[in-house]
Design a protein around this ligand. Structure first.
Ligand code: NOJ
Length: 799
């Protein structure tokens, strides 16, 4: 057992792959030496100006880095400078052969979507052998929740409320991706989402600024490991800066209009947290903010990011975003778009030809000063320097003879961490009469269109995840009950029954159509499922969304259970057999019927490569669930938003005293179906005796809040104890409560533990009307609970 950066390494393979990486890391350097002499012998370096960049000496402090980059910039032509600002995706935009020529001509800074060493090595060789200045390329990719191994989607990871889990996911992902020659990931995605209609809710960590910020930090720690120049690390480019999660109506790419107060209090902290944790890159959002696209937003990219936050890394536009400035209507043409982007501070232009086409002319005309271009180039070269690529362009690529024969080989996966991580993300929403855990005996009926889908369980943005390598729910259950119980299966329904929706989803950017419909009539499928259910002791129904429904460009008008699945569930319920509903989805769904009718309800999100095993572990009690919802679940789409930390208002709806003229929807029960932070356990936990160490707190000091958590049930298990603080009177209206801390506590049956939180000014500060961070005297309510709704309360006075 090893522990690297606080991330335990659990299986031998990880240890091995790291040792192998280190070993080949050394030989890679030797290989580079040979390569450099070969290049010199071949006369590739012509004039003195064309000499390869001097290797940075050791040790490499900031001054050495600056001097190295100054020297390089001084020797670059305009074309070479512009080239460094281009981030090119292989594909229809540019075929491999053309990319090689462009690289050799020094006209490309980096590439993304080339994900294997055999593809990337020739590109890097073209850069460091054939280009005049021999500046290495860097290779980026969307390593969002895994690489070869797919881990649960970020929304699920947040549900673990366990930062070691998130850091471990990112660490293993970085080990796998760097082994495939990836230098940078476009992650973490830390866009707060209050609107589950937005398909990219699945890619983020939920609705709460405190939780999302913690997840952001843990992700950066994991991806970047000890330092970004180590062979088994990748640089994190946090995205999408900024406020992308607040697109109006949850409709992707829509505009964002938001008060500065809300920005600073809710949406901006997670990006800042990632940057403070050392994220080397920032990806700029596609949306506009209060009328100004993020991509041309001087306030956002200069004043806030660089000046106020002191970000020193590289910025990258999102896909085609610079061209889109013309469609936002802020640039007349591509020329103006390029100018606006450079002036705002977009270093790398992703997947468009605009910088190449327009910057030389803009520089020649004096509209863009050389110093402005140099500033952008400096950030790109700085990132490459930090990635260790000037010291060794093949740092994450190694030697050809070490290339994996099969990139998708089973032994490149990290199954054990994937299973352990996945089971920490599954939320138990209902468990009537202790339906779960199930016994491994008798006859079990498994139905539902997602029960045997290796593709959907991976979730969207599953990088190089392979559906055939994923353990489906069916496979997981079969393995768990092998030789002990009988399994009967039936599909029961399709996920979707609207062919237009199917067509839309199949038109998304997948390699091949993903949604394959069972052509049988729904009645026939339900009949078959009911017949199977009738023969069983218990029914497990796996229902929800195909992965493409919770993806980029997948905004929904409803968050209902899609297709005929509700009909299937109703028919199963009518059999009178205990019904366990296993949800697979990437956003909160309106599951009122399931809440009221399922005997047990399990939110599994998309659990990844080992998902089926992890779900089986939970279903059969080999793992006691402890995850909690990182986002509120509304009752219906009409109720959105339902985020728990809303501002106080003058006429709040008061439970028990509904009345007219208070804030409510009159056709529906108020409040979310499930609140933020909610999740059950197989054991019964109680939280009692909230005590504060003082009722008055002096500035500069702290007080302790303590409560006793007891496991009164009969299973060992963990629970997430949550600290909320409310500031009932302040100079501005404040949220009704805000999460300020959480602890995951594991207890044996009968065991109790006093859980303690320290509270000081850090937990009490907020942004006031002048956008200043302040702490105001007065009463604060400390709330401690096992979810955001049911809490113990005590108050103190800040003096
Ligand atoms: C567009 C997406 O918005 C962004 O998140 C992603 O990183 C890029 N495409 C590159 O794939």
């Amino acid at each position: 057992m090893d522990n690297r950066n606080g991330v335990p390494v659990v299986d031998g393979r990880e240890e091995d792959s790291r040792t192998e990486t280190n070993r080949s890391g050394l030989s890679r350097r030797q290989a580079l030496g040979a390569l450099a002499s070969a290049a010199a012998a071949a006369g590739m370096a012509g004039s003195p100006a064309a000499a390869a960049p001097k290797k940075p000496g050791k040790p490499t402090g900031p001054a050495a880095k600056e001097a190295f980059i100054d020297d390089l910039i001084a020797r670059m032509t305009v074309d070479e400078k512009v080239g460094q600002l281009r981030l090119i995706s292989i594909g229809p935009e540019m075929p491999h052969a053309k990319l090689m020529d462009e690289v050799a001509a020094g006209r490309i800074g980096g590439s993304f979507n080339t994900v294997i060493r055999r593809d990337n090595r020739p590109l890097q060789e073209a850069a460091v052998k054939r280009s005049r200045l021999k500046i290495p390329l860097f290779f980026a990719y969307d390593v969002v929740h895994g690489h070869r191994t797919t881990f649960p989607i970020p929304l699920a990871l947040a549900a673990s409320f366990d930062m070691a889990v998130i850091e471990r996911m990112a660490r293993v992902s970085a080990i796998e991706a760097s082994d495939d020659s990836i230098d940078m990931t476009f992650a973490p995605m830390v866009d707060i989402s209050h609107d589950p209609r937005w398909g990219r809710t699945s890619e983020g960590f939920g609705e709460d600024p405190y939780l999302v910020s913690e997840c952001a930090r843990a992700s950066v720690r994991g991806f970047q490991g000890a330092a970004p120049d180590k062979p088994d690390t990748i640089m994190a480019a946090v995205k999408h800066f900024a406020l992308y999660g607040a697109v109006e109506g949850g409709r992707d790419y829509n505009t964002v209009d938001m008060s500065p107060l809300r920005m600073h209090q809710v949406y901006l902290p997670p990006y800042k947290a990632a940057i403070d944790a050392g994220a080397g890159g920032v990806m700029v959002a596609l949306n506009s903010i209060n009328g100004i696209p993020a991509t041309s937003n001087v306030w956002l990219l200069q004043d806030l990011l660089r000046k106020q936050w002191g970000f020193k890394g590289v910025t990258v536009s999102d896909h085609g975003a610079i061209t889109e400035l013309t469609r936002h209507g802020v640039a007349r043409d591509n020329r103006e778009a390029a100018k606006l982007a450079i002036k705002a501070g977009i270093d790398l232009s992703m997947a468009d030809q605009i910088y190449l086409a327009e910057l030389p002319g803009l520089i020649a005309s004096g509209e863009i000063k050389m110093a402005e271009i140099d500033a952008r180039v400096r950030e790109v070269l700085g990132a490459k320097y930090d990635l260790g690529l000037f010291a060794d362009p093949f740092l994450r690529m190694g030697k050809p003879e070490d290339d994996p024969a099969d990139d998708k080989a089973e032994n490149r996966l990290h199954r054990q961490p994937a299973r352990e991580i996945a089971r920490e993300t599954i939320v138990l929403l209902e468990n009537r009469n202790q339906t779960l855990p199930l016994k491994k005996q008798g006859t079990i009926a498994l139905v539902g269109p997602l029960a045997d889908s290796g593709l959907d369980i991976l979730g969207s943005w599953s990088a190089q995840g392979v559906a055939e390598q994923a353990v489906t729910v069916r496979a997981g259950i079969e393995k768990a009950i092998e030789g002990k119980a009988k399994l009967l299966t039936a599909r029961g329904s399709n996920v979707l029954d609207d062919e237009k929706v199917v067509e839309y989803l199949n038109f998304l950017n997948w390699d091949k159509p993903e949604v394959v419909q069972d052509p049988r009539p729904i009645e026939t499928m339900i009949e078959e499922a009911v017949s199977v259910a009738s023969q069983a002791d218990v029914v497990i129904a796996v229902v929800g969304e195909v992965r493409g429904m919770s993806h980029e460009s997948s905004s929904r008008v409803t968050i209902d259970m899609p297709g005929s699945q509700r009909r299937l569930l109703q028919a199963l319920k009518a059999t009178g057999k205990p019904l366990v509903v296993v949800l697979m989805n990437g956003r909160p769904l309106a599951i009122g019927w399931e809440k009221d009718n399922a005997d047990a309800l399990l939110e599994t999100w998309y659990t990844g490569t080992e998902g089926g095993n992890a779900i089986a572990d939970v279903l059969f009690g080999d793992h006691n669930p402890s995850a909690k919802l990182p986002i509120s679940f509304p009752r219906s789409a009409g109720q959105i938003p339902t985020y728990y930390n809303a501002l106080r208002i003058g006429r709040p709806f008061t439970p028990g005293k509904p009345g007219n003229y208070t804030s409510q929807y009159f056709e529906e029960e108020q409040g979310p179906l499930y609140p933020f932070g909610f999740g059950l356990s197989y054991s019964r936990f109680t939280l009692k005796d909230l005590k504060l160490s003082a009722t008055r707190l002096k500035r500069g000091e702290t007080l302790a809040a303590e409560a006793t958590l007891t496991n009164e049930g009969s299973y060992e298990g963990a629970n997430i104890v949550q600290l909320y603080i409310a500031d009932p009177f302040a100079s501005i209206a404040r949220p009704v409560k805000e999460l300020k801390g959480f602890q995951k506590i594991t207890l044996k049956p009968g065991e109790s533990r006093v859980v303690r939180f320290e509270i000081g000014e850090d937990q009490l500060k907020f942004i006031n009307a002048d956008l200043k961070e302040v702490v105001e005297n007065g009463r604060f309510d400390v709330q401690i609970g096992l979810d955001s709704h049911d809490v113990l309360v005590q108050s103190f006075e800040l003096v």
